[in-house]
Design a protein. Structure first.
Length: 168
């Protein structure tokens, strides 16, 4: 069931990412805040329920900040998308985390300057790779190169559709 949900979400983000930018920005703000606090308090001796509750509160605060501070939200949304794409597509190495963070930061900064085209490109890539990765997992087919090639092809189709439907 999780694969189907991921495929549906991926298709929506692939083809309508820019139209949903405020919702996606808020969602990414929540995820960022939730993960950030979870990572910070992970080594503290707090009960799991307390950690989850605090993470949700911080996630909501970051979601509101991301929505209200549009450029901050753009940075967070694009950073998370590029970071996730890197985590999916880069072969395992000791530099994978560093490369993912650096590319996420660069894309986030570029997204603040060139919001519409970068947001369209990143949402198409995120949606495309989520769809392909979910379908390949559902089919129990594990090939990094097939995932990369199909992800790029599907993402280009999503970019074309988004650029055509968001002209202005």
């Amino acid at each position: 069931m999780g694969f189907i949900i991921n495929i549906v979400i991926g298709i929506v983000v692939l083809f309508a990412g820019y139209k949903l930018n405020k919702a996606l920005i808020s969602l990414c703000g929540f995820i960022f805040g939730y993960q950030l606090l979870g990572t910070i308090v992970n080594n503290m001796s707090l009960a799991d329920g307390v950690v989850i509750a605090l993470s949700i509160v911080v996630g909501i605060i970051f979601a509101i900040l991301a929505y209200k501070l549009y450029l901050f939200g753009i940075f967070i949304a694009i950073f998370l998308a590029v970071f996730s794409i890197c985590e999916i597509t880069i072969a395992a190495s000791s530099f994978k985390l560093i490369v993912s963070v650096v590319l996420g930061i660069i894309a986030g900064v570029l997204g603040m300057k060139f919001t519409k085209p970068i947001f369209i490109i990143v949402t198409a890539l995120s949606g495309g790779f989520l769809v392909v990765d979910s379908i390949l997992q559902l089919l129990d087919f594990n090939s990094w190169i097939v995932s990369l090639i199909l992800g790029i092809v599907i993402s280009i189709i999503g970019m074309k559709i988004q650029f055509n439907t968001n002209k202005s």
